[in-house]
Design a protein around this ligand. Sequence first.
Ligand SMILES: NC(=O)c1ccc[n+]([C@@H]2O[C@H](COP(=O)([O-])OP(=O)(O)OC[C@H]3O[C@@H](n4cnc5c(N)ncnc54)[C@H](O)[C@@H]3O)[C@@H](O)[C@H]2O)c1
Length: 375
Amino acid sequence: MPIVKNVSRAVSQLLQSSGCGCGISIVPVRCIGVSPRQVASDASFHSVSFSESDHPRVLITGGLGQLGVGLAKLLRKRFGKNNVILSDIRKPADHVFHSGPFIYSDILDYKNLREIVVNNRITWLFHYSALLSAVGEANVPLARAVNITGLHNVLDIAAEHNLRLFVPSTIGAFGPTSPRDPTPDLCIQRPRTIYGVSKVHAELMGEYYHYRYGLDFRCLRYPGIISADSQPGGGTTDYAVQIFHDAIKTGKFQCNLKPDTRLPMMYIDDCLKATLEVMEAPAEALTMRTYNISAMSFTPEELAQEVQKHIPELQVTYNVDEVRQAIADSWPMNFDDSNARRDWGWKHDYDLPEQEIQELLHVSKLQAGVVAILV
Ligand SMILES: NC(=O)c1ccc[n+]([C@@H]2O[C@H](COP(=O)([O-])OP(=O)(O)OC[C@H]3O[C@@H](n4cnc5c(N)ncnc54)[C@H](O)[C@@H]3O)[C@@H](O)[C@H]2O)c1
């Protein structure tokens, strides 16, 4: 099936721009230390103005994970290389370091984060730092700190400095008592992981800051994201990335979920496109602050069969990780994203037909080549 590029919609999205939706007179501010206090929104720290004709000045936190580098590439194409700053606590690879501005930022360091926002006149913040589901279960105190305290820092700085803030949520924000097939935007959310609990907290805090302080908070619940040129970050859907790397490198793949575990998935290009589109959507188009987005849904067995059409010799075995399986069994199987499609025209480009599999394998092959050369 050919990949459909919806050019006219993309162009209209490009032409759309909107200002910040802030209009409420109080913002929370933490000048020093950790105690929140409230200051009138016309205080002098709002002196940095952002004209609508300018490009946004972007900061991406946790930008060296599976998704951040690709997001930076997309945003730099749109807004200019120097208007998009990647940040993380890890050391960037050479090619990432040389591809555009990079800065060290620990989101637990509130003062440093605020300094970066001020000194670089940041207007849009994409908050990607997180511990994902499986690694979060392995270190709950750290996940709580990064995913919850880190979010509080980001929320306060975003509100204080009038930023447009994007925070990704996840299918993991739902739990065993949520409807699973399909899962709507609004339903019971009782996740059983620290990752899920922290993401529900982020959704609710972001929405609260929007209504209370006028923060321009925007949030998408991502499905599992498939990519071939970046490594997975310790999530339950990692297998759908690892299979491409292993198929190319070793011809063998051991899956840590049961063959019939159905989960919503999305190709990385669609995920990043949705992220940019929701950030560019006019404020009046958004009837909600947190949206499901969906593209496809498959099981490990179905994915393996598709990959085997291209690499018939691929051997797939199953060695189920009980922690990941329990998480997956509590997550949605299909996502209802009708609100995103209605409000801001969300439409995915990639399903899981031959052409996309081929593309993923091709990129994995290139990547394996690069690794081989480096080693
Ligand atoms: N990848 C997916 O399938 C998926 C699905 C749903 C939602 N998401 C969300 O998208 C975002 C990005 O996901 P990803 O897959 O790139 O994650 P990842 O785990 O690959 O990367 C997260 C990054 O956060 C950084 N980080 C950790 N602690 C930090 C700290 N104290 N300060 C600054 N940075 C810190 C890590 O170094 C890492 O580079 C996350 O918020 C995640 O919850 C991802």
